[in-house]
Ligand binder design. Structure first.
Ligand code: KG4
Ligand code: ZN
Length: 341
């Protein structure tokens, strides 16, 4: 066999992911999520998530191998997310990967979670056009990345200066009385709504734009929505949830796509990739497609299941590390919650 068989482990937040790829082909993407356990807290509780990873790790690993018809001995390498993410949850995955690498005597590759979000598109759409411009939007991050080489050269052009895009969706959902995580609920509610409220677009004009060309800010928007809702309630009016959802979503998506296309243009990049949980958003997909087309930029968005955190993305990047001859990590690989790209 020429293609490396690589197992990837992801535990940076609340999903226990184990994926197996053969080169650029996805064999299995097994996942266990503790999201329901966090719902009543309105956000991920690190301690609860860490414990859930410990409990889910072996069953998920076994399910992945069984489904793919792979035995651990067949593997060529073990890849694991070593950061960024929650310190305690990262340690569970890194410890499991080290144990496997040591017991099986296979090379270990610590990979960056953000780079893995970019690499996953290889198993969906084939080889990455590099350089590619990546917009990563999730509950934990909102970043624009210039990616000349996904295994070793990922350059951050900008990031959120306050809330992540998904975090804004989740917080606004809470204001509207929608369940956690709120993104999918806002997406659904917005389909029946009109874009009638003009909410602010952070860092898109004047000196803010000059100083934060490719950065994002969503906390002002979140506050504006909360104030609008408060005012309506105080006046005894019903909240038009669908209209608020549609108007809020439009503001987020407008800024994300505008800055992504501008960044691609400015850096002469012809391919734009969108990843992270928010990439599942239907309005984001539609607006990105329209604006990319108008700008002559090719758009790559993996299917929603590969946009959210998963093990396949780690395995996909691990396989690229093997193929491109990158040096494996030592068994002293640290989990680094603030690992830069
Ligand atoms: O990538 P992900 O599964 O986990 C991390 O945060 O790393 O992303 C989860 C985030 C949540 O904030 C969730 O509300 C958001 O992605 N999300 C969405 C949609 N589906 C998930 N946001 C907007 N529209 C959606 N359809
Ligand atoms: Zn993520």
């Amino acid at each position: 066999r020429e293609q490396p068989l690589v197992l990837g482990i992801e535990t940076s937040c609340d999903e226990t992911g184990v994926g197996i790829v053969s080169g650029e082909e996805l064999l299995v993407d097994a996942i266990a999520s503790s999201v329901d356990e966090h719902a009543r807290f309105g956000g991920v509780v690190p301690e609860v998530a860490s414990r859930a990873h410990v409990e889910a790790m072996l069953p998920t690993l076994e399910r992945a191998c069984t489904t793919a018809g792979v035995t651990l001995r067949d593997l060529d390498a073990i890849a694991v997310t070593c950061g960024p993410g929650l310190a305690g949850t990262l340690m569970v995955g890194v410890a499991a990967a080290k144990a496997l690498a040591l017991a099986l005597d296979k090379p270990l590759y610590g990979v960056n979670h953000l780079a893995a979000h970019v690499a996953v598109d290889i198993v969906e759409h084939g080889p990455l056009p590099e350089p590619v411009l990546a917009l990563l939007v999730s509950g934990g991050h909102s970043s624009l990345l210039l990616v000349p080489d996904v295994t070793e050269d990922v350059r951050p052009l900008g990031a959120t200066i306050d809330d992540a895009a998904g975090e804004a969706f989740d917080k606004v959902a809470r204001v509207l009385g929608l369940p956690f995580p709120g993104g999918p609920h806002i997406d659904r509610a917005a389909r029946d709504g009109q874009i009638v409220i003009d909410f602010p677009r952070g860092l898109t004009s004047g000196r803010d734009l000059q100083r934060h060309r490719f950065d994002f800010s969503f906390s002002g928007l979140k506050t504006a929505v909360a104030r609008w809702v408060e005012t309506e309630r105080a006046a005894g009016r019903d909240i038009p949830v669908a209209d608020v959802a549609a108007s809020f979503q439009e503001a987020v998506v407008d800024v994300l796509t505008r800055k992504a296309i501008d960044a691609a243009r400015e850096h002469g990049v012809t391919d734009l990739q969108i990843g992270g949980g928010v990439a599942a958003n239907s309005r984001l997909r539609a607006m990105a497609q329209a604006r990319a087309e108008a700008a002559g930029i090719r758009l790559r968005v993996p299917r929603p299941g590969l946009c959210t955190d998963n093990g396949a993305m780690v395995a996909a990047l691990g396989a690229q590390m093997v193929t491109r001859g990158r040096t494996p990590s030592g068994l002293d690989l640290p989990a680094d919650s603030s690992l830069p790209v």
